[in-house]
Design a protein around this ligand. Structure first.
Ligand code: C2E
Ligand code: CA
Ligand code: CA
Length: 595
């Protein structure tokens, strides 16, 4: 650099500057009053808080100057940072160091300059607080020099406050995720290759339980202890970040022995943490991802690198070593889930992706089709046909489920309107979310009434598992359905706990035997006894019994012999679009299937 002095500790100074993550501007205007006050006090037209980086100086706060930054080559502040005292230039036009400087010969025409270094840890000057005049001045008196030094100190406190607020995780005092993002961006800009190692120490749900059972103070102390353990194990030259309440991380240079570090961390984090005399078991997963190759020329702003490592750490819990690199297969499944969930809203709004198919259910005595099950079909524009067995469990974890169920309900109401006067019912599958609030039932009852439809034409199917967690509200909603004469069926019966006492509290009138039972019982004698017992007990308790998944004539005669009332399955008919179902009904498909 041309004639600009370089501080003796330049490398560490630059590292400190990066560590401070000093912002490029004073976005919330916290430094502005200070520069204005100084400008007024010193009667100087220009006042700056200038940060000197390796090639530039940028003005974090300024008054009286248009530029946001200049080259370090022409920077007066670059001189200030090698001094410990105020650095003063009385008339730059006659000072050989500055006479030819474009900031002197051209705009803004600097003549007088006085700057005080902005010090970190009393050893590193990251920039300067300076006042500038366009006319020469006599030397500053001691009082004013002290005053300028105080302004610099205030500026530094504000800069540190901004850093603390933006880049520190307050409970632990570690750097936070925003800082991690800054640091990764910075390293990518320098074309460095490195890895991010994430330590997922405890399941978020477990931490949540700890908070509920033992309180916030306990959870806070637990977090501090986990941090202490991490700090002890991570080499002192690596920075620790807190990525989320349960995840920590560190950036590891390319030459590092990543596996050895990971193994050490797993070992230390597998020991329970004793907090206030209570041992809390951790559930650690350590994930590693290399950063720099797949980012290409990107700046990492999409945080894809973070997502991958966090996913790897979570997947690592299922590895005996508790350590995992980025796993494309597991990740592909997650990405697919993400694509599905993020494209469902569009599917719900349009009319060409979602379709409701109907699968007949027949009465085993008369052979008549008494009802049909509504089954969702999704034709995704890029991924093709998606099975509900894949997307329903995903959607159930999101707030989209009520919307999807409403869509299904509206389709069912439309089918019932089209087939007014016919005496088959349509059964809908409902999820936990649908019965956790009155909204679904409100809408269903209102829809039936609005269109003058008999509520006996609707059935609801739900699985036992739905009851386990939400019994009370679910019970209330089911009671409303029963009161309105809507039939209720327990789906996939025989696969869950089949807790009879529990089930008797549910106003169900139908049990649907899961197809795995039907298919095994035709072949295996133990299953046969089990199924026979379930059917007998169900009949005795007054349920109508439907056998699901009947695929062969043998299975059909078997379930009939068992005393099942109804059957559903590919043998009778596959799920089909509602128009095809109506046609199937008219050609007495049921009778044919039984022939
Ligand atoms: P489910 O309620 O047990 O539905 C029966 C599933 O068995 C359907 O799968 C049906 O196509 C299939 N099936 C019927 N007969 C046979 C057979 O003879 N053999 C075999 N192998 N399979 C048969 P599908 O349509 O793929 O649906 C899967 C699951 O997705 C459903 O299981 C249900 O839990 C869920 N689902 C489907 N539509 C909806 C919906 O509208 N809302 C909700 N909440 N869940 C739905
Ligand atoms: Ca079902
Ligand atoms: Ca079922």
């Amino acid at each position: 650099m041309n004639g600009v002095p370089i501080p003796f500790n330049e490398q560490q100074r630059l590292a400190k500057l990066v560590g401070l993550c000093v912002m490029h501007d004073d976005a919330r205007g916290e430094l502005r009053p200070l520069v204005e006050l100084a400008s007024a006090y010193f009667k100087a037209p220009i006042c700056l808080v200038s940060i000197v980086s390796d090639r530039q100086q940028w003005f974090m706060a300024k008054t009286g100057l248009a530029a946001d930054s200049t080259d370090r080559d022409v920077s007066f502040c670059a001189h200030t940072i090698v001094h410990t005292q105020p650095f003063e230039v009385l008339d730059a036009s006659v000072d050989p160091r500055f006479a030819a400087n474009p900031l002197v010969t051209d705009e803004p025409g600097i003549r007088y300059y006085c700057g005080v270094p902005l010090m970190v840890e009393q050893a590193f000057a990251i920039g300067s607080f300076c006042i500038i005049d366009t006319v020469a001045r006599p030397a500053m008196n001691a009082t004013d020099r002290a005053m300028l030094a105080s302004f610099a100190e205030c500026a530094m406190r504000i800069i540190d406050g901004i850093r603390q607020r933006n880049f520190l995780d307050h409970p632990t005092g570690l750097l936070n995720r925003i800082k991690l993002e800054c640091d990764v961006k910075d390293r990518l800009a320098r074309r460095e290759r490195f890895s991010l190692m994430a330590f997922d120490v405890i399941q978020a749900s477990t931490l949540n339980e700890v908070v509920k059972a033992l309180g916030y103070n306990f959870a806070h102390d637990l977090t501090l202890q986990i941090k202490e353990r991490l700090v002890r194990q991570v080499d002192p030259d690596l920075q620790l970040y807190r990525i989320s309440p349960t995840r920590f991380g560190t950036l590891v240079p390319a030459q590092y022995d990543v596996e050895a570090l990971a193994a050490r961390m797993v070992k230390t984090l597998q020991e329970p943490i004793e907090c206030h005399g209570i041992p809390v078991p951790l559930d650690v997963g350590v994930g590693v991802g290399h950063i720099g190759e797949s980012e290409g020329d990107g700046d990492g702003a999409d945080l894809e690198w973070l997502r991958r490592v966090v996913a790897a750490a979570d997947a690592a819990r299922r590895n005996p070593t508790r350590y995992a690199g980025y796993q494309p297969e597991a990740d592909a499944a997650q990405r697919r889930a993400f694509i599905l969930l993020s494209s469902l809203s569009t599917a719900l709004l349009g009319d060409d992706q979602l379709q409701l198919h109907l699968q007949p259910r027949i009465d085993l005595l008369s052979g008549a089709c008494c009802s049909a099950e509504a089954l969702l079909r999704w034709q995704h524009p890029e991924l093709g046909a998606i099975s509900p067995a894949e997307f329903i469990p995903l959607v159930e974890k999101t707030a989209l489920m009520p919307l999807l169920s409403h869509w299904v309900m509206n389709e069912v109401l439309a089918i019932l309107r089209r087939t007014r006067g016919q005496d088959f019912s349509v059964s809908m599958n409902v999820s936990a979310g649908d019965l956790e609030s009155p909204a679904f039932m409100d809408a269903l009852l209102a829809g039936l009434e609005r269109h003058g439809l008999s509520s006996t034409r609707v059935q609801l199917e739900f699985t036992e598992s739905l009851l386990v967690e939400h019994l009370e509200m679910v019970q209330q909603q089911l009671a409303r359905a029963r009161a309105a004469n809507i039939d209720i069926a327990i789906d996939d019966f025989g696969t869950g706990y089949s807790n009879w006492a529990y089930l008797s509290r549910i106003p169900a009138s139908v049990v649907k035997l899961d197809r795995s039972l039907i298919q095994q019982s035709a072949a295996c004698s133990r299953e046969r006894i089990l199924v026979r017992t379930i059917v007998e007990l169900s009949i005795e308790l007054g349920y109508r019994v439907t056998a699901e998944g009947v695929e062969t004539l043998e299975q059909l005669s078997h379930v009939r012999a068992l005393g099942c009332h109804e059957a559903q399955g590919f043998l009778i008919a596959r799920p089909m679009p509602s128009a095809a179902f109506e046609a199937w009904l008219h050609t007495a498909g049921a009778a044919r299937a039984l022939a």
